[in-house]
Design a protein around this ligand. Structure first.
Ligand SMILES: Nc1nc2c(c(=O)[nH]1)N[C@H]1C(S)=C(S)[C@@H](COP(=O)(O)OP(=O)(O)OC[C@H]3O[C@@H](n4cnc5c(=O)[nH]c(N)nc54)[C@H](O)[C@@H]3O)O[C@H]1N2
Ligand SMILES: Nc1nc2c(c(=O)[nH]1)N[C@H]1C(S)=C(S)[C@@H](COP(=O)(O)OP(=O)(O)OC[C@H]3O[C@@H](n4cnc5c(=O)[nH]c(N)nc54)[C@H](O)[C@@H]3O)O[C@H]1N2
Ligand code: SF4
Ligand SMILES: [Mo]
Length: 745
């Protein structure tokens, strides 16, 4: 990395961006649903409401269908706060999940082998469901229902949560906690008594200064956020991006801070130091709403920008100037708490530090900072109470005081024959999560756990890698082919959105609600599934909420009035935070009582050894994790990832653009597939970068098989967050192999 890049870079002076020429954050073609190129008024078309399931933003949308029942187009619903009438490329290309002929077509039952040598045969739904119910009954009587775990993500999760709790198991976990936003949510809860939620309650459209620490909005395509950042850019917002890589949003920033990876905490403490000692903080807000300021002031006294310089590679001037920039915009400044924050194991504390910084600037509960969100309450369809399980997934979270949800890694750990955890898990149902791609584990541990299971059911739309260990595989239909639970996303106003099928399920696939009901009925849990079709549930719920199924068919999404009070703290008004003290806790007695640092501290993390690079990863605008890579529509836009390498490194290593290389990590794990080199100044010399989700190993995914490299393979060292079990994944180092390791060894 040359000196000018290491310096405090004002992008405008590089001519890459700058407020005058930046305009929108959306790269051309990212919002693909240009409404002008399609005649929506064609008499042969009808439109049906849905909400997008290509990621968890759940944008409300319309599916346009012709007389033959063919889905022609999916577009955003104008009345929706999340889509604002536009879908991102992935949402527009969501059709690909419907049309993909590589999808699972029938239930499959394993006949032999496990893993890569497994053989399956097709089965009828009756046979598959009967086998699942028989095994669930057997496991319940042998080991207790609790030993049957549900690992899920996505919309089918709600239906299966209900099934599992009716059955007697609350051994439930999903990667959205320990692999994603758990550390952030728990860190913010300790500080403010609540998290920023999902969608995050970031008031970006009215911000004067936006700070992104790793959050790479623009590649991370969470729809309304991208739109709000673009709006703020158009209004002249100043952006500060902290990222070892010149991300899309960094290229639109006034200040890019190309930090040495794993040292963000030092920067955050130095920012606090400047803001406190240069008296840039919001004195009134801090006095009125926070507790522990004096302790924080003493705590950060030594953490000067000069102290942080040698740790972060960021000059004291960069640190001071950017802190001043934020303070000038306060309280309309939003330091984004990020979303996938499971980085280095001290992530809850880093998220807390971000929270504290926002508090010092008075931005929590203020316009242009964070608003108070609200979610619609969906009434529960009448059903008996659930039996009380003897233990739940949370009981596996030994010594993790803030692990308030199931931790996937602990479920995996409890499934190992030699587990030290207090409860043993014997079977899994895995739905809409490709665990072997999304949960990092030590070498071989996941495989051992999978091999030890007495029974594994996988419910997916593809025969993904984990399905090769399954005893039974069930094909769910795509979201465009099914009803689902009502969407009640938290936002500025509460809302409810409906999803109905735009097409009939392809082949023999079935919707999640029906799969849950079929298993439930077979288990004689029919009282919990007291309806013939899910529309009865939807209609009942919607009537309770003052609307109807028929009305929702016409409007798709309904925004409801707020009932929880104002969006922001009104000037000078009293406000009680949901913390033990009722105030924003700059100093946390709660953490102190648990035996943890009451205020965030800097811990030095290992840096890459000679000839190794830190592996960092992120998103591409046209893909969601590993789930869209095979979609014909989205694969067309990008079929493989590439490896970002700084040209200086490439010169020393004699690497050429487009050259295929393999990676080997610190634990001697070599990649299954090669990845092509991309030379770019946009990455520091000590790191390499790739987009997560590629390198599929199952040949049934014909477009995705063997294309690109799976970052998770390289993530065998996990830095566990001692507060909540988050799995820090960015402490892995890779070296570059120019020949296929499988052929040379
Ligand atoms: N297109 C698309 N969008 C998505 C998703 C998707 O799959 N596809 N997934 C969604 C989901 S579930 C999530 S959780 C979010 C995740 O997205 P975000 O929360 O925005 O991002 P992260 O994955 O945490 O971070 C990625 C960025 O961190 C930078 N980085 C790496 N190491 C460091 C470091 O040490 N310090 C700093 N400051 N930066 C570092 C990388 O260069 C990269 O730019 O994206 C969401 N949006
Ligand atoms: N190495 C690495 N690991 C990561 C991340 C990373 O950036 N790098 N990101 C982390 C984050 S932030 C998150 S949120 C998690 C995400 O983790 P996951 O949610 O596990 O992500 P995917 O790998 O996309 O798996 C989704 C699965 O759902 C299936 N699927 C798609 N549509 C449907 C459907 O309609 N019905 C059913 N039943 N199945 C469907 C897909 O085929 C796929 O198998 O991963 C985490 N793990
Ligand atoms: S952000 Fe994109 S992929 Fe995610 S729900 Fe919205 S349109 Fe779909
Ligand atoms: Mo995530």
């Amino acid at each position: 990395m040359n000196t000018s890049r290491r310096d405090f870079i004002k992008i405008s002076s590089l001519g890459v961006g700058g407020a005058a020429v930046v305009g929108s954050l959306m790269p051309v073609n990212v919002f693909g649903n240009d409404k002008d190129d399609f005649n929506y008024n064609r008499p042969d078309l009808k439109r049906l409401p849905t909400y997008c399931d290509v990621c968890f933003w759940k944008c409300a949308a319309w599916a346009y269908v012709d007389e033959e029942g063919q889905i022609k187009k999916v577009i955003g619903n104008d009345d929706d706060q999340l889509s604002r009438g536009r879908l991102c490329t992935r949402g527009t290309g969501g059709l690909g999940l419907h049309f993909d002929d590589d999808r699972l077509k029938k239930p499959l039952i394993r006949v032999s082998g496990k893993g890569s040598n497994s053989e399956f045969r097709e089965a009828s739904w009756e046979e598959a469901i009967a086998l699942i119910a028989k095994k669930m009954t057997e496991i319940k009587s042998k080991h207790g229902a609790e030993s049957f775990a549900l690992l899920k993500h996505g919309d089918i999760g709600k239906h299966l949560d209900h099934l599992f709790q009716a059955y007697g198991s609350n051994t439930i976990a999903e990667p959205a906690f320990a692999q994603c936003r758990g550390p952030r949510d728990e860190g913010l809860k300790v500080t403010f008594g609540e998290s920023c939620g999902s969608p995050e309650s970031t008031d970006m459209r009215d911000s004067k200064c936006l700070v992104f620490i790793g959050s790479h909005i623009g590649e991370n395509m969470h729809n309304s956020q991208v739109q709000e950042v673009s709006e703020a850019i158009d209004k002249g917002v100043s952006i500060i991006t902290v990222d070892p890589r010149l991300s899309t949003v960094a290229s639109k920033s006034k200040f890019w801070l190309p930090i040495r990876p794993a040292t963000d905490m030092a920067l955050l403490l130095a920012w606090m130091n400047v803001i406190i000692f240069e008296e840039l903080y919001d004195k009134e807000y801090v006095a009125k709403y926070t507790t522990g300021f004096d302790q924080l002031k003493e705590h950060v006294r030594p953490f000067t920008p000069e102290w942080a310089y040698s740790i972060t590679d960021l000059t004291p001037k960069m640190i001071r100037d950017s802190a001043i920039e934020m303070a000038h915009a306060a309280p309309a400044v939003m330091i984004h708490p990020g979303r996938h924050v499971a980085w280095y194991g001290d992530d809850t504390q880093r998220s807390r530090a971000i929270g504290i910084l926002n508090a010092l600037l008075g931005s929590w509960g203020r316009r242009g900072g964070f608003y108070f969100n609200e979610k619609a309450k969906i009434p529960k369809f009448p059903a008996p109470g659930y039996p009380e399980p003897a233990w739940t997934a949370k009981d596996l979270n030994i010594g993790l005081p803030l692990a308030k949800e199931g931790v996937t890694n602990n479920v995996i750990e409890a499934s190992l024959p030699d587990t030290q955890l207090p409860h043993k898990i014997k079977a899994w149902m895995v739905a809409a999560t490709n665990l072997t791609y999304s949960v990092p584990t030590e070498k071989e541990r996941m495989k051992k756990a999978l091999e030890a299971l007495e029974f594994l059911v996988v419910i997916d739309i593809y025969k993904v890698e984990i399905a090769n260990y399954a005893d039974v595989i069930l094909p769910e239909c795509s979201y465009l082919e099914r009803h689902d639970a009502l969407r009640a996303s938290e936002f500025r106003e509460p809302s409810v959105a409906l999803r109905v099928p735009a097409a009939t399920p392809r082949w023999e696939s079935k919707p999640g609600w029906e799969i849950a009901k079929l298993i439930g009925d077979k288990l004689e849990l029919g009282a919990y599934f007291n309806y013939k079709h899910y529309t009865e549930v939807l209609d009942w719920q919607l009537k309770e909420m003052g609307t109807t199924y028929d009305e929702m068919l016409k409007i798709g999404v309904k925004n409801l009035p707020r009932t929880s009070g104002p969006l922001y703290i009104e000037d000078g008004a009293e406000h009680t935070f949901k913390t033990p003290s009722g105030k924003i806790e700059l100093y946390s007695k709660e953490l102190e009582e648990f035996g943890f640092d009451p205020m965030p501290v800097f811990t030095a993390h290992e840096q890459p050894p000679v000839n190794y690079f830190r592996l960092i990863y992120g998103r591409a605008p046209m893909h969601t994790f590993s789930k869209t890579v095979n979609s014909p529509h989205l694969n067309d836009l990008r079929s493989e990832n590439n490896l970002w390498i700084n040209p200086r490194v490439a010169k020393i290593w004699n690497l050429k653009p487009g050259q295929e290389v393999w990676l080997k990590n610190q634990d001697e794990v070599a990649s299954s597939f090669p990845i092509k080199v991309r030379l770019t100044e946009r990455i520091r010399w000590d790191s390499v970068y790739m987009v997560h989700g590629f390198g599929h190993k199952d040949k049934n995914m014909t477009r995705a098989y063997g294309k690109g490299l799976n970052d998770t393979e390289m993530i065998t060292k996990v830095m566990v967050d001692p507060l909540m079990g988050g799995t820090g994944m960015r402490g892995n180092f890779v070296t570059i192999l120019t020949e296929n390791p499988k052929e040379t060894v």
